[in-house]
Design a protein around this ligand. Structure first.
Ligand code: SAH
Length: 264
């Protein structure tokens, strides 16, 4: 498949927008359908939705869960759809002690907490690549954090009242990823000990950051905290995902894409 066949119509190269699960995309594909119409291309068992949304040409897709799924999907975004940059939105477990349910974390860097080829290589380091922490693109992360800050300033009090959370805070820092749903006090405490500056844990971000690093494609990751990765995580995650995640993604992505469209 050539990029000429699959690239977004008109203008510059599109932005890749990903989530793991449909609830995490909010109404983005519906908004694209209303604005420009959607062309859907199926590739490697995933649907890629091409069009313009909130003024920005995008390719929107779902990775499904886990590092391999995320790496395969972002690789297709780069090679089959020629995206200029990648943004991932979704939920995560809170790890940092100041990080509460309903807060938002924008990654400055990402690491795979379950990667350990020691003693051959230092724990967390990707063998033969020599990197343990992958940086998000700082410009893109700044734009995502600005959109998130605006969303929280404008809608935070209403969100907190509606969902019974505290007033949402926006954090910047380390997000850690691994192929486990972390759901016990002991497991989250072990992660805090191993990676004391970790703010949130999820299952895709560091894989996306690694692929983007290897291909020189800018990426940024934003995560709303759905649970605190302890014994309450399964129920907290499930209710947050169905009731709240889409509201956050809609509010953040709308402001981010509008600002991007204005900047051209
Ligand atoms: N049983 C769930 C599985 C969800 S996995 C289901 O039926 O859908 C959790 C998803 O949300 C992953 O995509 C991950 O990135 C994120 N996530 C949220 N909380 C998490 C946690 N505590 N540990 C790991 N990932 C978490």
């Amino acid at each position: 498949m050539s990029t000429a066949q699959t690239g977004a119509a008109g203008g510059g190269r599109p932005l890749g927008v990903m989530a793991a699960l449909p609830q995490e995309l909010g109404d983005l594909v519906e908004a694209m359908r209303a604005e420009s119409g959607v062309r859907t291309v199926t590739h490697g068992r995933r649907d890629y939705h091409l069009g313009t949304v909130h003024g920005a040409p995008c390719v929107v897709t779902l990775a499904r869960i886990g590092k391999v799924a995320a790496a395969a999907t972002v690789s297709a975004l780069i090679h089959a759809f020629d995206v200029e940059a990648v943004v991932f939105t979704g939920v995560a477990g809170g790890v940092g002690r100041e990080v509460r349910i309903g807060d938002v974390v924008v990654a400055d860097s990402l690491t795979q907490h379950d990667l350990d080829a020691s003693p051959l290589f230092p724990r967390f380091e990707v063998p033969l690549l020599g990197v343990a922490r992958f940086a998000a693109d700082q410009g893109l992360a700044d734009q995502l954090a600005a959109a998130t800050g605006k969303f929280v300033a404008e809608e935070g009090p209403a969100l907190a009242a509606r969902f019974g959370t505290q007033l949402p805070q926006v954090h910047r820092g380390l997000i850690i990823s691994g192929d486990q749903f972390v759901a016990s006090a002991a497991a989250v405490e072990a992660l805090r000990e191993a990676l004391p500056d970790a703010l949130a844990v999820e299952m895709e971000g560091a894989a996306i950051a690694q692929v983007c690093h290897e291909y020189g494609v800018p990426c940024a990751i934003v995560r709303t905290i759905s649970d605190t990765a302890d014994a309450h995580a399964p129920t907290s995650f499930a209710s947050f995902l169905t009731e709240i995640a889409g509201t956050y993604s809609n509010g953040i992505l709308k402001r981010f894409l509008q600002a991007r469209a204005v900047a051209g």
